[in-house]
Design a protein around this ligand. Structure first.
Ligand code: ADP
Length: 628
């Protein structure tokens, strides 16, 4: 086969462009990334050899400078790649979410923060920050001598060709730009390896020239990294910057907000080093299939970062390492998904994380708030999905409320502590945004009673609230649903008023119910309203208007459930309509008014009226009449 020239996929071009032209100041990381790739490749080869009983190799990462060519070379004897794999791995970006996100970023590349770029695991391409040309020579472990050579100058295209290579593994040669020659210096390379790659478990070797005791120069092979697995060391010996660097190795960007480093004993024995990141990654809410999980080791041997069962999905933002001493080494990735030991580790990790979060909430409220603003939406999923830990999770949840200023978050405990003595239930309202919620007519009576209401505007809240039924012996009550439970005195008063009104306006209620029967299942007088004329409420177990809008936004059909139209008995509109009805029960204007009442109720809860044009026409007609 002769050499072929191929174009990079557009998203790779975007990425290269961003890497090279935006101000990604820390160029040193290219070496860290290439070493990390080499270590990953050895992990994979070693994992295969564990299961195949193949010869164990002298696993090594080697660094070499070629001053004559102005180049630095990183080699490994890991898994290597076939030609198809090179084309798939190096020429494209597989994740669909990443593609879309990159396109977005490329549109305003001047505003792109450097840590955004780091998020993609862009490892290999980072070489182009310092290189005019990169060459990759690789041979897949287990294949014959057939190898592949890949070259690119980082513009639009690369060339690829078949070639020969003696050993398995990959060799990446980075031809440095003229002003990047410092990466040929031994001290510089040492410094980078020490800083970023010291804990890599395979030796990172380089040939260096030393003077022996007789002052004669000799060339020796030196190991640049100490290879101490950071998670196996005692926490008191690890410096904060070592944790930070290791975190960056795992997360590719940012800093940890909290580091949790411990040894589990008892039922299952393992060491864990977990990090809560300071910032959420861009793909937190994207489909999970390609997201990497915790790194699982068995007695220092890397097994996988795809063991989804190690942590529940609501802890998917946690980064870290678990090193077990009681899993078998030759365990397959598939068997891992079924192993009881994994369940034990998971339970232990979840308990630890929940405990640490509780401690943080109590002792470092500011830090907890920072954490919650980034990851609260994810953590809340647990209330719905992890029944066993629901109580702990609901204590960790924070809420905006009607009485607190926007942005202020409180716990359920705080809500309950501030309930007036006669208030029975914990009220909540779900909706699109704080401003829609704040103006909702559903709140009127509660506001006038001095009761507070939890404001819930994350899409996940609809699900969360289905699982939150009781807290501290108090029921949760949706302010926008069902027959609202007030204290006994108010209830009696309002009920009497409504009964009276229902008698007086029986004919009008019947007319409205008939006229609006396609949209509402009942028309009644409200216990909620003190100012507005009308609102719509769901039955206690109905899905609610907000849920319907969420489903619609996800392009999913949900049967539209008819709701109840509630009217304010004290509103002058009711008396006025009754007079109209008594004068002429067949007046077409009455029908128009009925429609307008319904449309108003839809709008006050942030909905869109079915026929805005019609609505506008009716309002205009009314305005004309009012001025005649
Ligand atoms: P990431 O390492 O985050 O996946 P990279 O761009 O650094 O992103 O690498 C892309 C892919 O190329 C890797 O996932 C791996 O499959 C392959 N690869 C890169 N370097 C090597 C190497 N030294 N040996 C084998 N495969 C490699």
């Amino acid at each position: 086969m002769s050499a072929q020239t191929k174009k990079f996929k557009t998203e790779v071009q975007h990425l290269l462009d961003l890497m090279i032209h935006s101000l990604y100041s820390n160029k040193d990381i290219f070496l860290r990334e290439l070493i990390a790739n080499a270590a990953d490749a050895i992990d994979k080869a070693r994992f295969e050899s564990l299961r195949n009983d193949a010869v164990s190799r002298d696993w090594t990462i080697r660094l070499e400078t070629v001053p004559a060519k102005n180049a630095i070379r990183i080699s490994d004897n890991g898994i290597g790649m076939t030609m198809d794999e090179v084309i798939a791995n190096i020429g494209t970006i597989a994740k669909s979410g990443t593609k879309a996100f990159l396109e977005e970023l490329a549109k305003n590349k001047d505003a792109v923060a450097p840590e955004m770029i780091g998020q993609f695991g862009v490892g290999f391409y980072s070489a182009f920050m310092v290189a005019d040309k990169v060459e990759l020579l690789t041979r897949r472990a287990g294949s014959d001598t057939q190898a592949v050579v890949w070259t690119s100058q980082g513009h639009e295209s690369y060339t690829i060709d078949a070639t020969a290579k003696e050993d398995q593994g990959t060799e990446v040669t980075v031809y440095l730009k003229d002003d990047m020659k410092e990466y040929l210096e031994e001290w510089k390379i040492r410094q980078i390896v020490k800083k970023y790659s010291d804990f890599i478990e395979y030796p990172i070797k380089m040939q260096v020239t030393r003077k022996d005791k007789d002052d004669k120069e000799e060339v020796v092979d030196e190991e640049l990294n100490s290879r101490k697995a950071i998670w196996l060391r005692s926490p008191s010996e690890v410096k904060p910057e070592e944790y930070d660097n290791f975190f960056e190795h795992l997360a590719h960007f940012g800093k940890p907000l909290k580091t949790i480093h411990y040894a589990a004993e008892g039922k299952s024995e393992f060491k864990a080093l977990l990090f809560l990141p300071e910032k959420a990654p861009f793909d937190l809410f994207m489909p999970s299939e390609q997201r990497r999980g915790l790194h699982l080791y068995v007695r220092r041997v890397f097994i996988t970062d795809e063991c989804k069962k190690l942590l529940p999905d609501y802890f998917r933002f946690v980064k870290g390492v678990v090193d077990s001493s009681d899993l078998p080494l030759n365990v397959s990735r598939e068997i891992l998904q079924e192993n009881v030991k994994i369940d034990q580790i998971r339970n232990n990790l979840v308990k630890k994380l929940l405990g640490e979060l509780k401690k943080m909430q109590e002792n470092e409220p500011e830090t907890y708030l920072k954490f919650y603003r980034e990851f609260g939406k994810v953590l809340k999923e647990g209330i719905h999905s992890d029944y066993a830990n629901k109580d702990k999770l609901q204590d960790l949840a924070l809420f905006e409320t009607m009485k607190n200023e926007p942005g202020k978050l409180i716990t359920l405990k705080e809500y309950v502590a501030n309930m007036p003595s006669e208030q029975k239930d914990i009220y909540f309202l779900t909706g699109e945004s704080r401003s829609v919620l704040e103006n909702s007519p559903h709140l009127e009576i509660l506001r006038s009673k001095g009761y507070d209401v939890l404001f819930l505007s994350d899409p996940i809240d609809e699900w969360v609230m289905q699982s939150l039924t009781e807290y501290d012996g108090k029921k949760f009550a949706a302010a926008g649903k069902g027959d609202i439970e007030l204290d006994d005195a108010t209830k009696k008063q309002v009920e009497q008023k409504n009964e009276q009104a229902a008698k007086e306006h029986k004919s009008l209620l019947e007319f409205l119910a008939k006229h609006l029967e396609a949209n509402v299942k009942e028309v009644r007088f409200s216990k909620r309203l003190t100012e507005s004329a009308c609102c719509l409420v769901g039955d206690t177990y109905d899905p609610g208007a907000h849920m319907e809008r969420i489903f619609k936004a996800m392009n999913q059909d949900m049967p539209k459930s008819k709701r109840i139209l509630e009217l304010n008995a004290a509103h002058p509109l009711i008396a006025a309509m009754q007079t109209m009805y008594d004068r002429d029960a067949g007046s077409p204007q009455l029908g128009e008014y009925a429609e307008m009442i319904y449309d108003q109720a839809v709008m006050t809860e942030g909905g869109i009226v079915a026929d805005p044009l019609q609505f506008a026409r009716r309002v205009a007609d009314l305005m004309v009449k009012a001025t005649q």
